[in-house]
Design a protein around this ligand. Structure first.
Ligand code: C2E
Ligand code: MG
Ligand code: MG
Ligand code: MG
Length: 285
């Protein structure tokens, strides 16, 4: 990950933070303080009902606005947070904030069907207190449990399959949703992954994007069909082309989450989107 940027030249003015050499250590200590300095926030990306093209919910995504370096991608700081254990603090912040925002949205719209999806990392999942923390936010914010969803990737559950299965079952017992994130980037079969109590599959964007073989529509068709046959709902991530959107809609794929509809946005915009325009999005392309 850190190698990606290469080079070791000191650049005095960098628009984006680069994790090179000691930069990574600096980033790590900065991240520890970022939390206390309120540099972390959540952005909310609409998840759109493909049939109606109305917003059905949001994925909460962490954002870090570094005072000198500007915005730092979670693709950079989440792995650091995971390696240092800081992810537990960050994850708890994301859970609390997302739950609070979800209750704000329900209150602002008078519609408590909108959902909020929160990413969980494996370090968080195996912690004893996650279940209690989830129960706590549901109680404190008076949420219908099914409007809170958690996203986990295949590699996270495969880190510790036995323990993950137990904890996911406990989460499921609380009534929250469980989404298998980034499906198509790992190596496990969907049949194997069904031993975990997921109710939703998020088809990874790279699956569609890096795949231009003529058989692609057939593969997409069979995955969506198999997911549905297994009782899973499907979110297509990052779909861009009109033909992909049409194919997935025709297949009965429930939702799309993509820049084609909306990038992640600040909470106030998300709230206004629901309140002012009855949650309908014009597609960008
Ligand atoms: P993810 O959970 O798969 O989130 C979706 C990512 O895809 C987001 O990137 C989103 O901005 C991006 N995306 C959505 N639609 C499109 C599209 O049409 N085109 C392209 N190119 N990208 C699109 P983001 O916000 O940079 O987050 C990256 C990853 O960081 C997330 O991937 C997730 O794994 C992790 N992450 C973010 N917030 C949290 C968090 O609170 N906790 C944990 N554990 N991980 C988080
Ligand atoms: Mg996710
Ligand atoms: Mg994803
Ligand atoms: Mg991802």
């Amino acid at each position: 990950q850190a190698k990606r940027f290469g080079g070791d030249r000191i650049e005095p003015f960098r628009p984006a933070y680069k994790t090179i050499g000691s930069g990574r250590l600096q980033l790590e200590s900065d991240l520890r303080r970022a939390f206390e300095r309120s540099e972390l926030s959540l952005a909310f990306q609409p998840i759109v009902d493909l049939q109606s093209e109305k917003v059905a919910g949001f994925e909460a995504l962490l954002r870090w606005e570094h005072p000198r370096r500007g915005s730092i991608s979670p693709a950079e700081f989440i792995p650091i947070a995971e390696n240092t254990g800081l992810i537990v603090t960050l994850g708890q912040f994301a859970l609390e904030e997302a739950a609070k925002r979800l209750s704000d949205l329900h209150r602002a719209t008078g519609d408590n069907r909108f959902f909020m999806s929160v990413n969980i990392s494996s370090r968080q999942l195996i912690r004893q207190d996650l279940i209690a923390n989830v129960r706590s936010v549901i109680d404190r914010y008076k949420l219908a449990p099914q409007t809170l969803k958690f996203e986990l990737t295949e590699s996270m559950v495969m880190d510790n399959p036995e323990r993950s299965a137990q904890l996911l079952a406990k989460l499921r017992d609380l009534g929250v949703g469980l989404s298998l994130d980034d499906f198509g980037t790992g190596h496990s079969s969907l049949a194997y992954l069904m031993r975990f109590p997921f109710d939703t599959l998020k088809l990874d964007q790279s699956f569609l994007r890096n795949n231009s073989q003529p058989q692609r529509p057939i593969i997409v068709h069979s995955i969506v069909t198999m997911a549905h046959d297994l009782g899973l709902k499907v979110v297509a991530e990052g779909i861009e082309s009109e033909s992909d959107i049409t194919q997935l809609r025709d297949l009965g794929c429930e939702w799309a989450q993509s820049f084609a509809f909306s990038p992640p946005i600040p909470f106030e915009m998300a709230r206004r989107l629901l309140v002012d325009r009855s949650a309908s999005l014009k597609r960008a392309s």
